[in-house]
Design a protein around this ligand. Sequence first.
Ligand code: SF4
Length: 508
Amino acid sequence: MSGTFVGMPVFPPPTHPAFPPPTHPAFPAAARNAVRDTTLRGNLRHATHTIRAKRANAVAEVSDWAELREAGKRIKDHTLRHLDRHLEQLEESVTAAGGTVHWAVDADEANRIVTELVKATGESEVVKVKSMATQETGLNEALEAEGIAAYETDLAELIVQLGEDRPSHILVPAIHRNRGEIREIFAREMSEWGRPAPEGLTDAPAELAEAARLHLREKFLRAKVGVSGANFMVAETGTLVVVESEGNGRMCLTLPETLISVVGIEKTVPTWRDLEVFLQTLPRSSTAERMNPYTSMWTGTTDEDGPRNFHLVLLDNGRTDALSDEVGRQALRCIRCSACLNVCPVYERAGGHAYGSVYPGPIGAILSPQLRGTGSEIDASLPYASSLCGACYEVCPVAIDIPEVLVHLRERVAQGGEVTRNGNKVVLKPAKGHAAERAAMRAARWAFARPGALRTGQRLASRTRRLHPRTLPGPGRAWSGTRDLPPVPAEPFRDWWQRTQGGKGAAK
Ligand code: SF4
């Protein structure tokens, strides 16, 4: 069958725009531009509302969903607490099964390892399974710099790659594109990189899928090296698991002679028993499917089938920094289902590109500042990219309290100053800006530490309440211009309590 493609013309390798760009504006500025794009807003609204409704129905069918959610949370927490032990066990299991394990402290090291492994095969192209970890490290760009072409094979990733675009959603990276736009991209670009789109291609989903299938098939059959991520890694057997809906992952994982998987260390689960929970919650939370269509599992190498060489690159890239934060570490429970994106009112309007990260939406707002630090404009602004409505927490299948982490990170930005990652070291810089906020906090601390002064101040505020302005002066004007200041009560609570409760309790 592969003979069909002998003598296929060699096409120029795909190019990849740097993502995030070297300088990305803060979230408010990026979001302001995005909300003006009515096509984008329409595409996002349609897509997120459709997925969100389907997910709600799929979850409602499961009578023990709350128990599954709690079990997922506990498994992840327990694993993260003993991650060192589970990773060592994983390494032993993978090695015993014929694989080779590599450890990468950051993105550069991961990219260097993968590039050298590909070069050692003598190949100059790879096919890729959809992988957030390799997007995070910018692997495609690193390979391109070394003359190695990386072809995305997930349908949505293919659309993004052909369009020289950037992903805007974890599960559906081309969610910002509608069918007409996809047809145009296929018709215009496919011939540049391989098999052209069929003549007279329309925007019917079946035709678009068939065009992608034909275009990708020649790449699957030619490729000698596959690159993947993994949804889970089972420590007790060294088994990796990829959960996908199209079957492209299965092709990449089984056809090439060499398979290289780049996986974040937090994707470890101790046992197969643990996997059982996530294989129930992930499909329903992400694609609203009762059971996942293609679940590929592999353990090292086998003589009869699949790749002859298997390499696992375990990626840290800020994860151990996040792990050391008692509040923030819960972000590492994430199984990348995207449910939080699909219910988020901010994501629905701003879209994924405004987050300046491969991880957009609520999970991106808490994960990116922890993995990258808050030293850049965009990362320092991400914890504020939320209304704290809590919808993300409600739908999260591993119960990550995203609003709690957002508030925690806001505190870090406001009080601790900028945090930058300098190699492995977290460096605190003195905070710039937020001076008014810090002054207000200092005044509040002084008053709350002096009950007598607080009482006097409250009584004074009550007696003069008719004189209070309805808007704040100076830098507070913008804030109060869009909000109603709460009225000061005629009688302070403490006095009311004293008068009505006769001094019972603690109000003094
Ligand atoms: S934070 Fe929760 S809801 Fe959001 S992608 Fe991760 S697991 Fe899914």
